[in-house]
Design a protein around this ligand. Structure first.
Ligand code: COS
Length: 382
């Protein structure tokens, strides 16, 4: 497999790196504390084409490939984990689903403004009682002529309190066997009567990327707002999450890489026992393991991205990339704090933020345990 970047991929990587270094990195420690959603910076990312990287040009996207998305998202996440979450959700969970499954009208109304980040969308699957077991969701949509009446609640929804529209998975046939075949997907505008959002949750990490509950009470949603066919919702969610998992792998890589580079620089500078930390074997071995894990995670992520852009099935590779990159990011950021010692535990240095931001990559868009289920099922298939 060829892992060298093309000129276009390198250009997008540099564009993302420049913006991330100049604009996102200085803001990151501040918004981590204030929990302020970075509207302005994300809109600028939209203008730069970073919010709809794989979206076709005819819908206002950059029309680039998945590897370009991965390298750009790594750069953004290296500077700011919260911006990485928003970029990943927008590109993978919102734009990808609309681009693949939307009608021309839905693409015009939802995909085009999402690709430029003029309208913010959510991917609303999880519910209070349905996390890893996504097929047991209960939000219901009952057909009423040319409308569905939607009732229920969603949980932990990225950008839930600031979004303009929501991609919502609902039960349209409660008697379906197996139950996932009774799930459909609806596009619901925030201004629909009966819709409300909770306040943003207080979180350990990615604190500026808001997360909120959504409530639907007799929301009337036109049938024309259904994404895909009735009963196809669960399959759409799974396909979209496959793409999303490549994004989270890239985000984890970025956070891990930031921690690695900070630790390496610190080890070269800081002296103890009369020589730089970098001359102590205990630290050298940590740096060696951190770099190796990140490189392995990067190769898995590139492989998944290459398969996706070649239009081959990539569920297995995406799950492996997300599993390994997220667990590596948590491990690498944990070691980074150890290399920094007491300073690493202080807010003043970025490494404690990297550690807090990394942890979520093992949880959202499918926990590490769900990734292992996906991998094992494919490996143990008859
Ligand atoms: N692409 C397309 N279709 C898929 C698919 C994929 N990657 N994975 C599963 N499907 C389809 C299956 O083919 C099956 O369809 P049919 O029976 O109609 O043929 C259907 O989906 C159900 O598959 P499965 O039996 O594997 O579903 P399970 O209920 O056992 O769930 C897991 C499987 C655990 C993998 C799924 O529920 C999951 O990913 N959970 C985590 C959800 C998640 O990531 N939540 C985070 C939300 S965003 S922060």
């Amino acid at each position: 497999m060829d892992f060298s970047l093309t000129d276009e991929q390198r250009m997008i990587q540099e564009l993302a790196r420049d913006f991330a270094t100049e604009v996102l990195a200085p803001a990151a420690p501040i918004i981590d504390q204030t929990e302020e959603y970075p509207f302005e910076n994300c809109r600028r990312m939209g203008e730069l084409g970073l919010m709809g990287i794989e979206v076709p040009e005819e819908y206002g996207g950059t029309d680039a490939d998945t590897v370009s998305y991965v390298v750009a998202l790594e750069e953004v996440s290296k500077a700011c984990g919260s911006s990485g979450t928003i970029m990943s959700v927008n590109n993978s969970l919102v734009c990808h689903g609309l681009a693949v499954h939307g009608t021309p009208e839905q693409r015009e109304e939802y995909l085009r403004p999402a690709a430029s980040f003029e309208r913010i969308g959510t991917f609303s699957l999880s519910e209070p009682q349905a996390g890893s077991d996504a097929a047991s969701l209960r939000t219901k949509a009952v057909r009423d002529g040319n409308y569905y009446l939607v009732d229920g609640a969603k949980n932990f929804i990225s950008s839930g309190d600031v979004a303009d529209f929501h991609i919502v998975f609902c039960v349209t046939d409660p008697d379906a066997v197996p139950k996932h075949r009774g799930i459909s997907c609806l596009l619901i505008d925030t201004d629909t009567p009966g819709f409300s959002a909770g306040k943003s949750e207080e979180k350990l990490g990615i604190r500026a990327a808001h997360t909120a509950a959504l409530y639907f009470e007799d929301c009337r949603v036109p049938v024309a707002n259904r994404l895909g066919e009735e009963g196809q919702g669960f399959r759409i969610a799974m396909e979209v999450l496959d793409a999303g998992r490549i994004g989270i792998a890239a985000q984890a890589l970025g956070i891990g890489q930031a921690a690695f580079e900070a630790s390496r620089d610190y080890a070269l500078e800081r002296e103890q026992f009369g020589k730089p930390l970098a001359r102590h074997q205990a630290i050298q071995f940590m740096i060696a393991d951190m770099g190796t894990r990140l490189e392995a995670a990067r190769l898995l992520t590139f492989k998944a991205a290459l398969k996706k852009q070649r239009k081959e099935r990539f569920s297995l590779e995406a799950a492996m990339a997300k599993l390994y990159a997220s667990e590596s990011a948590t491990w690498v950021t944990y070691k980074a704090i150890q290399i920094y010692g007491g300073y690493g535990y202080m807010r003043e240095y970025n490494v404690e933020r990297y550690f807090r931001d990394a942890k979520i990559t093992e949880i959202y868009e499918g926990t590490s345990e769900v990734q292992r289920m996906v991998i094992a099922r494919q490996m143990l298939r008859d």
